[in-house]
Design a protein around this ligand. Sequence first.
Ligand code: F1P
Length: 346
Amino acid sequence: IADCLRGRLDAKSGRLVLGGLRDYMNKFQNAERIIITACGTSWHAGLVAEYLFEEFARVPVEVEYASEFRYRNPVIGEKDFVIAISQSGETADTLAAIELAKSKGATIFGVCNVVGSSIPRATHAGSYTHAGPEIGVASTKAFTAQISVLAMMALKLGYQRGTLPESRYIQLLHELEAIPGKVERALKSNEAIKYIAEEYKDVRNALYLGRGYNFPVALEGALKLKEISYIHAEGYPAAEMKHGPIALIDEEMPVFFIATKDSSYEKVVSNIQEVKARKGKVIAVVTEGDTQVKAIADHVIEIPETHEAFAPLVAVVPLQLLSYHIAVMRGCNVDQPRNLAKSVTV
Ligand code: F1P
C-alpha cells in the first residue's frame, strides 16, 4: 500500500497525482456511469470501489464479473467509463470484457499490477498498482493496492465533481496516508491469529459476514480460505444471513465477522448475537479497544481504528493471515494451490 501511495499522494497540499488519468479526466468527470469489471479477488476490490465512488463522487456504479459481462448483451455506450481491474493483466475474461466495452465506444481504464501486460495495452489509459511481484497464485497485496488506487480515483473524482468538499477531501487523504502504519499494527496480531487457526484448521465449512464496506471483505476472506486451504467458505452481507445461511448455523459452524466500529456496528453486533443464540462459533475482527463484541465472541482480532471507507485495507489482513496459517497447518501448498493458475488465460 505504501508503494502504491508513494509519489501519488500528498495530504498536506491536497496533491493527488494519477498520471494515467491525465488525458481522460474529462471523460472520467463527465461519465454518466462507471462500470467495473474483473474476476476473483480483483472483482472484490471492484465491489469496494462501488461503495467509494457512489459515496464520494455520487456516480452510479455497476460491478460486473468479466466472465459474465463478456457473454451477455449489456447496455453500454460512450458515456460509460469502464474500469478493468486485474493483478496479472492477462485474465482472458477481463480482456474480452474490455474488447466488448471498447467496441461500444466506452472509455476503458485499467488498474493492473504487471507492467506491460496485455490489459494495460488493451485499455485507453490506466494506473499501475505497484504492489510488487505476487509470488503466490492467490492475490493478496494486489487486493489492497487495487483498493488504494481505486480510493484515490474516487476521492479525486468527488473533489473534481464538487461532491466532496475540499476540507473533507484533504482529511480523507490524511486517512489514506495513515493506512500503511495501521496495516503494520494489524500484522502484530499474527500470533493470536495462529492460535485461532490451530483451533479451526479442521473445520469443513465457514461463513464470513460483514456489512457495508466490510461486505466485500467477507467475500474476500471466504475466497482466500477456499483458494489456499480447500475449506468450503461462503461470504455474505451480514444482513442476508437471515435469508438463508442462518439455517446452517450450529456448534460446528465458525462464523467470521468483520465487526469494526462503523455506521453499521450495532447491527453487526445483533447479527453476532443471533449466531451465538444458535451456538455458532464467532471469530470477529474488531476495532482496538472494542468491548461489546469482545464480551460475546469466542475470539476477537483487533485492528486499528480507521475511517470506514478504508477499513477493507486493514480488515482483510488478519483474514489473509488466518487462511495462510490454516493452509500451512493442513499441509497445503500456499503458493501454488491445486487447480489454480496465476493468470487465467483461457
Ligand atoms: C483474477 C484471479 C485471482 C485469483 C487467481 C485466479 O486474476 O481470479 O483473483 O487469486 O489468481 O485469477 P487477475 O485478473 O486479478 O490477475
